[in-house]
Write a protein that binds this ligand. Structure first.
Ligand SMILES: Nc1ncnc2c1ncn2[C@@H]1O[C@H](COP(=O)(O)OP(=O)(O)O)[C@@H](O)[C@H]1O
Ligand SMILES: [Mg+2]
Length: 270
């Protein structure tokens, strides 16, 4: 039975999609069968793994038209990595869902049909706390929160944590916080270290040890439709996300034979 992790933060540009794509790509390379669910009408995860979001049937069809997700899921060029693609139509889905019974549980209902086919299902949320994100949190076993190493890093997190609490109270009592991952760390900026310290002081053991550095390869990989580990396996971005995937596996007491290599020391400048 796969673990469903929602990557959420209502702030845009904090590294949700980059984390969703590359964590999934690394889990795939580590031989964990993984599905990315693109729950953002901007469809960046869909195009980021090399698919044209205009040409595919998509998540809208399984939410609104109750099409079996297996009919909509596509393979990517990356090993062990499938995607349930998104489309700009998903904006309309939010409005159409408002009057449906169980409107917060539509994605959960859909993903239950494929949960057994994967080791991990990673949901890339949109930068909002709207109905689709509530659906993602209702469907998920846990939520991962990317936080960018910049000014006002903690801004908005209170609101997100409050939404998580409401979902835990009313819709999904088993929802856990998987953790916080610090993204776009820039070794040259003293501010970045201050943000790391501040976030660790606030959230302590919830913060993953692996910090994702700013790395230009991470920005360019989606334009090739490749996850970082396929695009440039030796780049800092690839090593960071592989370490992040391994840390996630360790936290979940999962390691496959041959994959329990030591976490590569790259965060030594922290
Ligand atoms: N670690 C990183 N290094 C360099 N660029 C990054 C990194 N993480 C994200 N980016 C870039 O920052 C922008 C926003 O990231 P994205 O993952 O799309 O954020 P979100 O999904 O939260 O809106 C994108 O252009 C992405 O390529
Ligand atoms: Mg995004």
């Amino acid at each position: 039975m796969g673990k469903i992790i929602a990557i959420a933060n209502q702030k845009g540009g904090v590294g949700k999609t980059t984390t969703a794509i590359n964590l999934s790509g690394c889990l795939g390379v580590l031989e964990y069968k993984t599905l990315i669910v693109d729950a953002d009408p901007q469809a960046n995860a869909t195009s980021g793994v090399g698919l044209n979001p205009k040409n595919t049937r998509n998540i809208y069809d399984c939410l609104i038209n109750e099409i079996h997700p297996k009919e909509l899921i596509l393979e990517t060029g990356n090993p062990n990595l499938d995607i349930l693609p998104s489309h700009i139509d998903l904006v309309g889905a939010e409005l159409e869902m408002i009057n449906l019974p169980n409107r917060e549980q539509m994605l959960k209902k859909a993903l239950e049909k494929v949960k057994n086919d994967y080791d991990f299902i990673i949901i890339d949320c949109s930068p909002s706390l709207g109905l689709i994100t509530v659906n993602a949190l209702s469907a998920a076993d846990s939520v991962m929160i990317p936080v960018q190493c910049e000014y006002f890093a903690l801004e908005g997190l209170g609101k997100l944590l409050n939404t998580i609490k409401i979902v835990q109270g009313r819709l999904n009592p088993d929802l856990e916080i998987e953790g916080i991952v610090l993204t776009m760390y820039d070794t040259r900026l003293r501010l970045a270290n201050q943000v790391v310290d501040e976030v660790k002081t606030h959230f302590q053991e919830l913060v993953f040890d692996t910090v994702i550095h700013r790395n230009t390869k991470l920005g360019e990989a989606p334009s090739y439709g490749e996850t970082i580990v396929m695009h440039d396996a030796s780049s800092k971005g690839s090593i960071n996300y592989l370490n992040f995937a391994r840390e996630l596996l360790q936290k979940n007491n999962l390691t496959k034979i041959g994959n329990d290599d030591k976490i590569i020391e790259i965060n030594d400048e922290l």
